[in-house]
Design a binder for this molecule. Structure first.
Ligand code: NAD
Ligand code: UFG
Length: 337
């Protein structure tokens, strides 16, 4: 059985579906701080399989101990965490508490239980503000622009120290680029609380008439059309990457993998792709650069291709169509997230 923390969140729910469909048994631990219990029903409805749910906190040692005692857990995928970059600047303690202390607590409980296979949700942000794209796993972690990014880098470092102390640990650190899209069933996806910070949900909420217009932050970057460039990948491809990484979790030590497509797409191109895939109107205007944004970054994705035999397969059009299907479902059912 695999323990999946944060398994009702945006990425975790897609990982749960992918694992269940591949025949794995899955136990989810989530405190629903950014999700809700109906996600479990929807995961079960897509997969026609049952999920074991623990409603609770990843910082709760007693709960973790009892989970490891109750099930034969082979590996853990650790997605639970806080992820809003701007919020982390305003409330850093919450980010170090949940993201760093939460990871320490989880690793302690794993160590006690003798479970030493771990996949960790990291981020391209750890390459820092001065790295030159494409980012490769051999690059050092760089200077972070936010407590969120620092918290991810700290966990990466503590996992290295843990593995140095005990070679039985087998750890994969997965550095996500920009996951977007939703499950093709339209039943699970991302629905941020309040006004979205991220580009894709913002575009789809403008198209749905929930927001008046998109502001494109900056058109004077040294990029192909002046707008920022990112490596957007479909969330179901990202979930497949986790399944492949679990299968490869036999090697001792810490193994780093970028999960991205290997190509950069500009904000203008994203808007054009959405309009062309859905036929919807997305009014936008250019606004000043957003503080803290990097002009352009994308992954070198060759290591995951070589060692995990994983590559992002879905097209930009798939990402847009699936985002829009999910937007329509979530607007209709008025989900808050
Ligand atoms: P999400 O907020 O949708 O999912 C996180 C889940 O963790 C939620 O269901 C939330 O309720 C749960 N959670 C939060 N704190 C918890 C706690 N203390 N105990 C138990 N559960 C808790 O976010 P996501 O987009 O699915 O991200 C998943 C992971 O991937 C996070 O660690 C995030 O930092 C990382 N990541 C996300 C992105 C992205 O663009 N979405 C990019 C890079 C890395
Ligand atoms: N953007 C707009 N208008 C918006 C929202 C975003 O123009 O309303 C632009 C941003 O300026 C940026 C691009 O769209 O150039 C993408 O922005 P996102 O907020 O969607 O994504 P980021 O690359 O800024 O950040 C994301 C995650 C971080 C993670 C990072 C690297 O939110 O948690 O990718 O993985 F650290």
């Amino acid at each position: 059985m695999i323990l999946l923390t944060g398994g009702t969140g945006y990425i975790g729910s897609h990982i749960a579906v992918e694992l269940l469909q591949a025949g794995h048994d899955v136990a989810i631990l989530d405190n629903f701080s950014n999700s809700d219990e109906t996600v479990i029903e929807r995961i079960e409805s897509i997969t026609e399989r049952e999920v074991i749910l623990y409603r609770g906190d990843v910082r709760d040692t007693l709960l973790l101990t009892s989970i490891f005692q109750s099930h034969d857990i082979e590996s853990v995928i650790h997605c639970a965490g806080l992820k809003a970059v701007g919020e982390s600047v305003k409330d850093p303690l919450a980010y170090y508490d949940v993201n760093v202390y939460g990871s320490v607590t989880l690793c302690y409980a794993m160590q006690q239980a003798g479970v030493k296979q771990l996949l960790f949700s990291s981020s391209a942000t750890i390459y820092g503000v001065n790295a030159q794209p494409p980012y490769t796993e051999t690059m050092a972690r760089g200077e972070s622009s936010s407590p969120y990014g620092t918290s991810k880098g700290m966990v990466e470092k503590l996992l290295e120290d843990l593995s140095d102390s005990d070679p039985q640990w087998s750890i994969a650190v997965l550095r996500y680029f920009n996951p977007i899209g939703a499950h093709p069933s339209g039943l699970i996806g991302e629905l941020p609380q309040g006004t979205p910070n991220n580009l894709m949900p913002y575009i789809s909420q403008v198209a749905a008439g929930l927001l008046p217009e998109l502001l494109i932050y900056g058109n004077d970057y040294p990029t192909k059309d002046g707008t920022c460039v990112r490596d957007y990948l479909h969330v179901t491809d990202l979930a497949v990457g986790h399944r492949m990484a679990v299968a490869a979790l036999k090697k001792p030590g810490v193994n780093y993998f970028n999960l991205g497509t290997g190509s950069g797409i500009s904000v203008n191109e994203m808007v054009e792709a959405f309009v062309s895939a859905t036929g919807m109107n997305v009014p936008y205007r250019f606004a000043p650069r957003r503080e803290g944004d990097l002009g352009a970054f994308w992954a070198c994705s060759k290591k995951a291709e070589r060692e995990l035999e994983w590559r992002a397969e879905k097209t930009l059009e798939d990402m847009m169509v699936d985002t829009w299907r999910w937007q329509q479902f979530s607007t209709k059912t008025k989900r808050s997230h």
